[in-house]
Design a protein around this ligand. Structure first.
Ligand SMILES: [Fe+2]
Length: 434
C-alpha cells in the first residue's frame, strides 16, 4: 500500500465513524413516535432517512464497489429514493430505531472489512482517491441537514439537542454591495476525489461587471418588503409565483408569525422568539426571493455570478475552494456544522469573506440563484444518473453556499444544490445583485 492511499484510508475510517455519530446524535432526543411520523408531505419520516443512510452505504460501498451486498432486494427497494415516493414512505414496513441501528452496524462492519482490502490507487474512478467513500460521506451529511429540516417542521414540544454552540456577534459591513468587475473566471472543477458529477467540468465563463449584496438579505430588510405590501403587489411577482402565493395564502416567510399586529416572531425548532432583525431571512421560496429583489430594484445573481464572487481570486487569477481560500472551514470563518441551530447575524465572519469582500457566502443560509439547474459543458453522469442528470431542466433553481445546518464536508464554492422554486423547508435565504 502506498502512503497516500494509507492516509486516505485512515481518513475515511475516521470520517465514517464521525458522520454516524452525528446522525445518531441528531435523533437521540426524539421519541420513536416522532421518528416514525411524516411531519410534512415534502419530508420523509426520520426513521426512513436513518435506514436509507445505511442502505445507500450498503449499495455503494459493498454492492457496487465490491459486489458484496448483504440485504434482500425488498430492503433496497424500500430505501431507494427514486422507487419509493415520499407519500408512500410512512406506510412501509420500515426498520425501527433498534433494527435500523443493528442494520447500519452490520453494513459498517462489512464496509470496513472491504475498505481494508481496497485499492484506492486504482484507475477505477469509483475507488480512485476514495471517491465513492467521499460520495457516501456527503450523502450522510446531506441527510443530516434534511433531518434537521424535518425536525424544524415538527409540531410539538420543541427540539432539545444536548449541545448548542454560541455565535459571534454581527457586524454590518459599511458598503451594502461589493463590485465584481467583468471578465472571465473558471466555473466548476475537475476534482474527482470529492466533487460530484454536476460540479464538472471546469470551464471558463465570462461575466459582465456587477454589484452583489455584501451579505444575505436580513430579516429587517425583508420585513420592509412585507410591510410595504410586497405580498400584495402582483407586478413584483413572477406569474407562476403569484399563483402559488395566492393558492397557498402566503404573506410572510415560513416560520414567521405575528403574536399581535405590532410584532413579528419566529418559530424555531418548536420554540417561539422575536424575529432577529440582523440575521438573514430564512425559509423563503425562490418566488419570494425573486419578488423581493424586484421590489428592491435588484435581481437574483446567476449561478455563475455567485460562484465568481465566492471563488475567484482576481489578483492571483486562481480559484479558491472556499471564499477565504483553500483552508478547510473552521468555526471562525463560517457558520456551518449544525450545532448553532440558527444563522448568525450578518457580517459575523469577516475572516470568511471572499476576495471581492462579500461575506457569509458559505454557511448561515443557502442562497437562491436566478439559474435553473442544468449541466455544465462536458458533463458526464457519474456514478449514477439519478444523482443529478434526471433533475436537469426540470424547473429546479440552483442554491449555493450551504447553511448553518450543512456539515463542512458537504459544501464548497463549486457545490450545487437545487430545489423547486416554491420550496421553503430548506434553511434558505438569498442575496441580490444589480
Ligand atoms: Fe439519499
Amino acid at each position: 500500500m502506498d502512503t497516500k492511499s494509507g492516509e486516505t484510508r485512515d481518513f475515511i475510517v475516521e470520517r465514517l465513524a464521525e458522520a454516524r455519530e452525528r446522525t445518531r446524535w441528531l435523533l437521540r432526543t426524539l421519541s420513536d413516535e416522532d421518528l416514525a411520523r411524516q411531519h410534512d408531505e415534502v419530508m420523509s419520516p426520520l426513521i426512513w432517512d436513518y435506514g436509507h443512510i445505511g442502505n445507500y452505504e450498503e449499495l455503494w460501498l459493498l454492492e457496487q464497489a465490491f459486489g458484496r451486498g448483504l440485504s434482500e432486494r425488498e430492503l433496497y427497494d424500500m430505501y431507494d429514493a427514486s422507487l419509493t415516493p415520499r407519500s408512500e414512505r410512512p406506510s412501509l414496513n420500515l426498520l425501527d430505531r433498534g433494527d435500523a441501528g443493528r442494520y447500519l452496524d452490520a453494513v459498517r462492519e462489512a464496509v470496513l472489512e472491504a475498505l481494508g482490502e481496497a485499492d484506492l490507487a486504482t484507475d477505477d474512478p469509483l475507488l480512485k482517491d476514495g471517491f465513492v467513500y467521499h460520495m457516501v460521506l456527503q450523502h450522510e451529511y446531506q441527510h443530516n441537514e434534511t433531518m434537521l429540516q424535518t425536525i424544524q417542521l415538527m409540531q410539538g414540544v420543541g427540539y432539545r439537542p444536548e449541545i448548542r454552540a454560541d455565535l459571534p456577534p454581527g457586524n454590518q459591513p459599511k458598503e451594502e454591495m461589493v463590485y465584481v468587475p467583468g471578465g472571465s473566471f473558471v466555473m466548476g472543477t475537475e476534482d474527482r476525489a470529492w466533487a460530484l458529477d454536476n460540479e464538472r467540468s471546469a470551464h471558463e465563463v465570462e461575466t459582465q461587471g456587477f454589484y452583489l449584496d455584501a451579505t444575505p438579505v436580513t430579516n429587517h430588510a425583508y420585513l420592509e418588503f412585507v410591510e410595504n405590501g410586497g405580498y400584495d403587489r402582483e407586478e413584483l411577482w413572477d406569474p407562476e409565483g403569484w399563483a402559488w402565493k395566492v393558492e397557498e395564502d402566503i404573506s410572510s416567510p415560513g416560520c414567521w408569525y405575528q403574536p399581535d399586529p405590532h410584532r413579528w416572531w419566529t418559530q424555531c425548532f418548536g420554540f417561539h422568539e422575536p424575529l432577529l432583525a440582523d440575521a438573514p431571512v430564512m425559509h423563503v421560496s425562490w418566488f419570494e426571493a425573486d419578488a423581493y429583489a424586484r421590489w428592491a430594484g435588484k435581481r437574483l445573481p446567476t449561478e455563475a455570478e455567485w460562484e465568481k464572487a465566492a471563488s475567484w481570486d482576481p489578483k492571483e487569477g486562481t480559484k479558491r475552494l472556499y471564499p477565504w481560500g483553500d483552508q478547510p472551514p473552521m468555526p471562525e470563518r463560517a457558520n456551518l456544522d449544525q450545532l448553532t441551530f440558527r444563522p448568525a447575524e450578518v457580517g459575523a465572519y469577516p475572516d470568511g469573506a471572499s476576495a471581492y469582500g462579500s461575506s457569509g457566502m458559505i454557511g448561515d443560509v443557502w442562497e437562491w440563484t436566478a439559474s435553473e439547474f442544468s449541466a455544465y459543458p462536458g458533463f458526464e453522469s457519474f456514478p449514477y444518473r439519478e444523482y443529478s442528470e434526471i433533475f436537469f431542466h426540470a424547473g429546479h433553481r440552483v442554491l449555493r453556499g450551504g447553511s448553518w445546518a450543512t456539515r463542512p464536508g458537504a459544501v464548497r464554492n463549486t457545490f450545487r444544490n437545487w430545489d423547486f422554486p416554491i420550496r421553503r423547508q430548506l434553511f434558505v435565504g438569498f442575496r441580490c445583485a444589480r
